[in-house]
Design a protein around this ligand. Structure first.
Ligand code: ARG
Length: 464
């Protein structure tokens, strides 16, 4: 049957005019959704097998379709495929190429399928792979933190609150804090995967199909753990992308917090750590400069990752059910986040292997700032002084030190006893940095024994 159409689009039957050039350029998504080609083809292969299974395709038609799809796939891989803007998106580019290759059999591929369930399928297949890759990258990053924690075991440094010296800690304890943050990030991606791994195909445009299909077969073949329960939900649901972008925002924010520490710590003011030259840049005018551009960029890129999450939420906010073309705007934020977060993770993984901490500077930094004041208060508590009174006593001693230019460790026993007669000779052990650190033996604390335990557990969990 021949139809007369004003446009050469696959959907052009009812149209009397060609699409305006401005509309075509404005609405085309092929320049970004072509990255989905492999998933689109994987989905089409299984869809075709299913159609053959239920009798909607003959075995020879199936064979032609599978052959055509494989050819298209290798053409795309070899950059020999010509993507056409007027065919809008990856789905129609591939379908049209198939029809041109295998004729009528190709025209049957879109049976019992809509681009609405097809695009949802492609994005789920794509994000499933992405999540698994990101989880692996984060494990590499955790290994980096763990090996630094192992290498610098025993090194002391100031722990900060409000960026003021607070209490002495082990550098390894500080590094393992990042191990924990990234463990939660992996968990979040794993959780997100559960909701990604649901098959939307078979939902049709929005209401299902009257043709005989086998969704369970398609789900099994594509490795989905279940099929979606409501066709209207399945074609308009983008929750899984929001969750993914939220999980990625946290990853980037965690990377950014670490980057901020590197920027601070590599400054002359801190001088805690050195970044290998291969990750730094110089200045075009100041010959002495060595700048921490990589951590700065990782920190800077958190803006776009968080922005992509906001873009998607805002796009979804006013959408009625079911599919609306607005949903095409889901892809660029997702792709940009995938690229940004994977590159940031990869660069920080390498950066970690090129860090050298200045042990002496770190240790010397613990000597100033009354960092064992809390230890002295807790010492008094053990001597039965109520904590609030102990706090006030130590506050008095600190004020005395400030006036006299001393540290708590400089005070003699008689000087200390001026503040409380509960203080005895054994006080000096708690005023020492190592004594302070090793007294924090609680689970999750900074004592050598606790940190070693945490480190060993992390190594076991990572299979090191
Ligand atoms: N390019 C479209 C998208 O990304 C594919 C689905 C188009 N569906 C439609 N009914 N126009 O959302």
């Amino acid at each position: 049957m021949k139809t007369k159409s004003g446009t050469n689009k696959p959907w052009g039957g009812r149209f009397t005019e060609k699409t305006a050039q401005a509309a075509e350029t404005f609405s085309a998504s092929i320049h970004f959704d072509k990255r989905l080609y492999r998933y689109d083809i994987a989905g089409s292969r299984v869809h075709a097998k299913m159609l053959a299974k239920t009798g909607l395709l003959s075995p020879s038609e199936l064979e032609l379709i599978l052959k055509g799809l494989s050819e298209i796939e290798s053409e795309i891989e070899n950059h020999a495929f010509v993507f056409r803007d007027e065919l809008e998106d990856i789905h129609m580019n591939i379908e049209k190429a198939l029809v041109e290759k295998v004729g009528q059999a190709g025209e049957k591929l879109h049976t019992a399928r809509s681009r609405n369930d097809q695009v949802a399928l492609d994005m789920r297949l794509y994000l499933r792979d992405v999540c698994r890759n990101l989880i692996d990258l984060i494990s590499d990053l955790q290994k980096g933190f763990v090996s630094l924690a192992r290498k610098y075991l025993g090194a002391c440094m100031p722990g900060y609150t409000h960026l003021q010296r607070a209490q002495p800690v082990l550098l390894s304890h500080h590094l393992l804090a990042y191990y924990e943050m990234f463990a939660r990030d992996k968990d979040r991606l794993g959780d997100c995967l559960k909701r990604i791994n649901v098959l939307p195909l078979g939902s049709g445009a929005l209401a299902g199909t009257s043709l005989p299909i086998d969704r369970e077969f398609v789900a099994r073949e594509l490795g989905f753990s279940r099929v979606s329960a409501n066709s209207m939900d399945a074609v308009s649901d983008r929750d899984f992308m929001v969750e993914f972008l939220a999980a990625c925002s946290l990853i980037q924010v965690h990377l950014s917090r670490f980057s901020e520490e590197l920027v601070l710590w590599t400054s002359q003011e801190f001088n805690f750590v050195e970044i290998a030259d291969r990750f730094c840049t110089g200045s075009s005018i100041m010959p002495q400069k060595k700048n921490p551009d990589m951590p700065e960029l990782v920190r800077g890129k958190s803006g776009r990752v968080v922005g992509n999450l906001m873009a998607l939420l805002t796009m979804l906010k006013g959408l009625p059910l079911t599919y609306n073309r607005d949903l095409q705007e889901d892809k660029e934020p997702v792709f940009d986040t995938v690229d940004t977060v994977s590159q940031s993770l990869a660069v920080v993984v390498e950066l970690l292997s090129g860090l050298s901490f200045n042990r002496d500077v770190l240790e010397r930094a613990t000597e100033k700032g009354f960092m064992t004041a809390t230890d002295l208060a807790e010492y008094l508590v053990r001597k039965n002084v109520p904590f609030r009174q102990a706090h006030a006593v130590v506050g008095g001693a600190v004020a005395y030190c400030l006036v006299n230019g001393k540290e708590l460790t400089d005070l003699t026993l008689p000087e200390l006893q001026e503040f409380s007669d509960s203080i005895a000779e054994d006080v000096f052990e708690v005023l020492r940095i190592e004594g302070s650190i090793n007294s924090r033996r609680t689970q999750g604390g900074t004592a050598n024994t606790s940190v070693l335990q945490a480190l060993e557990k992390a190594e076991t969990d990572l299979g090191i």
